[in-house]
Design a binder for this molecule. Structure first.
Ligand SMILES: [Mg+2]
Length: 248
């Protein structure tokens, strides 16, 4: 038997990435929705970087910038994301299978930890998460999660994911993420964090957070090492680990 641990995974930069040559479907769809609903043309993402932000956080930032006071109410948010979803579904240029790829070691690692029943903690709305996980063939690994719908702040999303864990309440949690924001939100929610430098965030920056609750790795490629770190953070014995598939 494996001791239970809640394993939560951020999506972009942790499990998968957008291929460099592929168009950013999110940026395009947000641009479209902004024009359709608010008449704002060509939102410029150089001036408004959105990487690492939650979807509702992006909407809030853009609304504020374009003069819509206050936080987006639920109705605004729902309308906006309905429009984004419709845009993605209608768009002939968006082929998810040609847009995303898994990061090194992810599939093998997920096979090894499948027994823990891993979950998701992402700023992406749930429909967009589904598109990405399906396109990279890993959707079946995840049975629960926290998504963009659960909060503007990432910590609320992590908390929502933890509360949906179907196992024993109070189980220790490890969040896998690739940004300082993931680390901070994981710690604030009471989780330990494994930060990976596979999302483009410099490893030196991530290393600054290293502590007894935070470990930093290049990526998830070295399955043995990741599992070892995971158990160190959770305080569970290494010899209980069952490797379920061939590694590497
Ligand atoms: Mg990320």
């Amino acid at each position: 038997m494996t001791d239970p641990i809640i394993l939560l995974f951020d999506v972009d930069g942790t499990l998968l990435r957008k291929l460099p040559e592929a168009k950013s479907a999110k940026k395009e769809a947000f641009r479209h929705a902004f024009f359709k609903l608010y008449g704002v043309k060509n939102v410029c993402y150089r001036r408004h970087p959105i990487d690492g932000m939650t979807d509702r956080g992006i909407l809030e930032m853009l609304l504020k910038h374009f003069g819509y006071a206050g936080k987006p109410g639920n109705e605004d948010g729902e309308r906006f994301f309905r429009t984004v979803k419709a845009c993605l579904e209608d768009n002939h240029w968006f082929d998810p299978a040609e847009t995303y790829e898994l990061l090194p070691g992810v599939k093998t690692f997920l096979e090894v930890v499948r027994n823990y029943g891993p979950g998701i903690a992402t700023g992406n709305m749930s429909f967009f998460t589904k598109i990405k996980l399906r396109a990279t063939g890993i959707d079946s690994f995840f049975g629960f999660g926290g998504y963009g719908e659960d909060g503007i702040q990432r910590v609320d999303i992590v908390r929502a994911a933890m509360s949906r864990y179907p196992g024993r309440p109070g189980t220790k949690c490890i969040l896998f993420g690739d940004t300082p924001n993931d680390i901070r939100s994981g710690l604030a929610a009471g989780a330990s964090v494994i930060a990976v430098a596979s999302g483009g965030f410099p490893i030196d920056e991530l290393n600054r957070f290293e502590s007894e609750k935070v470990a930093v790795l290049e990526n998830l490629r070295d399955t043995h090492r990741v599992v070892e770190v995971m158990h160190r953070l959770a305080g569970t014995p290494r010899n209980r680990i069952r490797f379920l598939s061939a590694e590497h």
